[in-house]
Design a protein around this ligand. Structure first.
Ligand code: MG
Ligand code: MG
Length: 265
């Protein structure tokens, strides 16, 4: 069931999502060779709680295994999504996708950014640029009167036309009082298909794009998803509302993009 949000609810979602943007920037500020993702998790956990919110990911249930043990997902290089922070130091040339969720005043924030550790190869930087560009193309398609398939198709065409892989098994989603609500927002699809987009629809759009094949597998921890061919994968996510007919981005990369370990599209 799709819950369309009121103006007041959209503002509550904006507050939760703005906090995610600030948290990701705080994490990004600490990303450099030698730092562990566990250290980044501690930064995020403290920052979220200091701002009166809860890290939604912590303890998130998993029907196939234990609850998620950390406050952010940190997916390094060939890890696609849901990487668990660990004590392995990040290395020069790595990329790390940091996905973060907050619960603030009963509403959820959800956003992800893929950061550079030092200087990744040009091939990897281009993957990041395209993934991020595809996110914005998806967002531009999210206007009242269009359909979810228009968003999906915009993301897919951008990435596949450049030879990248679009992960099928994980998708964007509605968001509100629950982090994952209807509808699903796939990163592949056909124009004109799917749910009609209306004012008050709030969704997270999150392309997960691979340098090589989009085939993935699940690690024994039942969380970490990796590419089968071992090639890198990128993930960018914004939460948006359809507001006055147009997409209104509720999360923010503004503070993140003041940092240096990011790509500019
Ligand atoms: Mg997310
Ligand atoms: Mg999400």
């Amino acid at each position: 069931m799709v819950f369309l949000k009121t103006e007041d609810e959209i503002e509550l979602l904006r507050a939760a999502n703005q906090l995610v943007g600030l948290t990701l920037a705080e994490v990004g500020r600490n990303i450099k060779p030698g730092v562990t993702t566990m250290q980044l998790d501690k930064v995020a956990d403290e920052f979220i709680r200091d701002h009166g919110a809860e890290p939604t990911f912590k303890g998130f249930p998993n029907p196939y295994g234990g609850p998620f043990p950390a406050s952010i997902c940190t997916s390094v290089n060939d890890q696609v999504v849901h990487g668990i922070p660990n004590d392995i130091p990040l290395q020069e040339g790595d990329i790390v996708s940091v996905d973060c969720g907050t619960l603030l005043n009963g509403y959820n924030g959800d956003s992800c950014y893929t950061f550079c550790v030092g200087e990744p190869s040009e091939e990897v930087l281009n993957l990041l640029r395209t993934t991020k560009e595809s996110l914005y193309l998806g967002i531009q398609s999210a206007c009242a009167g269009k359909r979810i398939g228009d968003i999906s198709c915009a993301v897919q065409q951008c990435c596949e036309s450049r030879g990248y892989g679009v992960v099928r098994e994980f998708v964007g989603h509605g968001i509100g009082r629950e982090m994952h609500e209807d509808p699903q927002v796939p990163n592949y699809g056909r124009r004109g298909n799917g749910l009609l987009i209306k004012n008050g629809l709030c969704i997270a759009i999150e392309p997960m794009i691979t340098l090589g094949s989009p085939q993935i597998y699940m690690m024994p921890d039942q969380w970490t998803v990796r590419t089968r061919d071992g090639k890198p994968s990128a993930h960018f996510e914004h939460t948006i509302a359809i507001h006055h007919g147009k997409p209104d981005i509720l999360s923010s990369f503004e503070e993140i993009e003041k940092l240096e370990n990011i790509i500019i599209v």
